[in-house]
Design a protein. Structure first.
Length: 185
């Protein structure tokens, strides 16, 4: 286990130190969900266009439940494991490029779980309509990498967040399908 933790620390330091002052403001911009609003609105438009308002409303409800579930589970795990964020780890501070701080715990990444799980659900719907719907997965990849770039998460925080998000996304997509199939049009 110590070797895994050491590898995790080394990979974080390596990836974090790839950053440059030129890219710092870009990654600070990318890490805030609100800055993705134009893309989210485009996705909403594509969903409404293809599945209609009724199914879109159900999807919004399912996604809301998904976000509540993943946020609560993430916080439960974070508060029980109490893993320090890299920016707060005294053994790593001198080796990292720190652009912002955070006082919450690190394990596992809510950004990773929320972004991958929600995109998985949306992808499952849009893949029938768009050949390149898989490009949606660039969002969680870029979004989660910003957390490493900013030294807010370790790589394992991201990977476990992805795994949890994917499992949760699958569960909530299944729920969405069951609701849609049970509705009489």
């Amino acid at each position: 286990m110590n070797q895994l933790i050491e590898l995790d620390h080394q990979l974080l330091v390596f990836l974090n130190n790839l950053g440059t002052p030129f890219f710092d403001p870009i990654f600070m911009f990318i890490t805030h969900q609100i800055n993705w609003l134009p893309i989210f609105l485009l996705i909403a438009y594509l969903l409404i266009k293809n599945i209609g308002w009724k199914q879109f409303g159900i999807l919004v409800l399912v996604l809301t439940l998904f976000f509540v579930f993943t946020d609560q589970m993430t916080n439960l795990v974070k508060n029980n494991t109490q893993r320090l964020r890299p920016v707060n780890n005294p053994n790593l501070i001198d080796q990292l490029r720190i652009l912002r701080g955070s006082h919450s715990y690190s394990f596992f990444s809510g950004h990773a779980s929320n972004s991958l799980g929600s995109i998985f659900i949306i992808y499952q719907i849009l893949k029938r309509y768009y050949k390149y719907a898989a490009l949606l997965f660039l969002f969680p990849l870029i979004f989660a990498y910003t957390r490493i770039y900013l030294a807010l998460h370790f790589p394992t925080d991201i990977l476990v967040g992805y795994a949890f998000g994917l499992c949760s996304g699958y569960l909530f997509y299944w729920i969405y399908k069951k609701i849609i199939l049970s509705i009489k049009y």
